[in-house]
Design a protein around this ligand. Sequence first.
Ligand code: B12
Ligand code: SF4
Length: 531
Amino acid sequence: MHILLYVPDNHVSRNFGPQLWPFILKERTPAGHRVTIIDGNARRLSVAEIVQFVRDEGVDLVGMGFMTRMARTAYQVAAAVRAETSARVVLGGPHVTAVPDEPLGRTGLARVADTVVIGEADDIWPEIVADASRGALADTYGPDGHGVKPTLEVYKAVDWESVDLGLFDLMRFAPNPLRRVFTAMGIPFQKIYVIPVESGRGCPYACEFCSVTGFFGRDLRFRSNESVIAELLSLKRVAARDRALVSVFFVDDNFAINRIRLKSLLREMIARDACVPWTGQISVNLLDDEELVELIHRSGGHFIFMGLESVDPVSLKSAHKAFNKPADYARILERMARYDIYAITSFIVGLDGDRPGTAARLEAEIAKWPPVLPVFGLLTPYPATPLYDKLKASGRLLRPTHWLESGSFKATFQPEGFTTESFEAEMREAWTRTYRPRTFARTQRWLVERGKGMDPQITYLVSRLLFRGIYFQTASPWAWVRLLGANLPTIASVVARALFRVGPRREPGAAAPTSGVPGSKSTSESDSAAA
Ligand code: B12
Ligand code: SF4
């Protein structure tokens, strides 16, 4: 059979790297079948073009995996493939696991899938492929009869050395003059790849809005250190071969959920020279551990994604996330910054307990911390989460199948403390307040005042521009020109420092100079200027 594994276009951002699931399934596809992977975010194809590809290439089985946000697009593609070709369609991933009956046409929608896979497919994929090749696909595969989750102890890692990563090269859009500037700034690589690697699954925390505990379970499962290290070493070979910066995104939902295990992995990465620049997702409470922070630094960790969600303990309690303690945020972030580790801090607007003024409050708190990359989202009830069930039971769900309608960044339920309009406006305001030009300037000033090197300065500047551009959907070149123009003084000063290598340097972990430390006079002044 020819199998196409297709990642639907998310219509919001181009993904910054490949998705893991198609590569996992490809590794587990029995011999004798041909597998093609197309990521619709890297190679945008219209529905008609996908159908054409399926026909022209003689595809027999199309597999698609997606989050709730991509369901509408995925269903359109699936319906067209079924209607216009002879290929079978199998859907998997977090969304259809939550609502398996929906794509099978059992909830009133037209049927769009031949088969739905509920939960993790690692172990059952060979059986699905075998059934498909003898024309005997079942409607569903999943927990019934397959209740045991994959252990990950025996893990078939992705063979990244054989993958053509060109489509995911983040430098591919950089024009030649910009590349020359990068070279002059001492940036030694020609390509940038962000590669997803998993080291474990499961999270016991069960935050109300999150689907992970329901999907992967409370019990933790880990790959062996040896298996992760082998994958990292192979990525280092890719980096050397392609003269690329290979940055790993550990997709574990809570990378430090077992700190003893993570420390042992990081120590082994250091000992075996398997360190790569990496990013991971870790709950803030687990980062209150200097030994861990130091190991993160030494093993190549630069950015940590953390779901802070709110700076209000009442809101956090409502979301079953009271283990986040806002009073500790600044201290933990400052210690991380001493080790040159920065945070992508995610906030949710619209938690029960939030009230108008949330955006201003967030801005004021964030300005007291070392620089972070904040991201904001509207509280969204994803199916099969405790939040969804609560809102449904209390009659507050405005659009119970919101994923089938268009409209990102739109209210899907009646928030407790807002009208739906003020709720949406509050989130936009949070973005606007924390990404205005003076906050760009403040970030760079903070880094310079503490003698941070050019790496964090450039990374921060580029990341802030990208985050601002992506979330405001700065799609047109003119919008990018305006964004760059508004931040020109900051951009110029970073480029000048990089070209002429000016500014103080300091070893990570060393105490920060006192001038401008968060909460001191100079920072407070810039805070109030930003407010
Ligand atoms: C990495 C990641 C991202 C990356 C994706 C980019 C990338 N290159 O990977 C980024 C950071 C961009 C991202 C963004 C978002 N994400 Co995200 N993300 C994840 C994360 C942490 C890991 C995904 C992963 O690789 N998992 C490991 C693989 C092995 O698991 P898997 O993908 O589920 O695949 C397995 C099964 O699902 C199944 N399967 C999957 N697909 C298919 C297909 C077929 C055919 C078959 C048979 C089986 C199958 O088999 C696989 C192996 O067992 C997950 C949480 C998690 N741990 O899964 C959240 C998660 C997927 N994200 C989530 C959300 C909500 C988002 C955002 C909407 C958040 C936001 N508000 O902005 C955005 C939306 C992005 C967009 N623009 O559309 C939710 C989705 C919930 C839902 N019902 O939709 C998750 C589950 C996290 C959560 N807290 O609930 N995300
Ligand atoms: S800690 Fe993160 S992964 Fe775990 S349940 Fe909460 S939001 Fe989900």
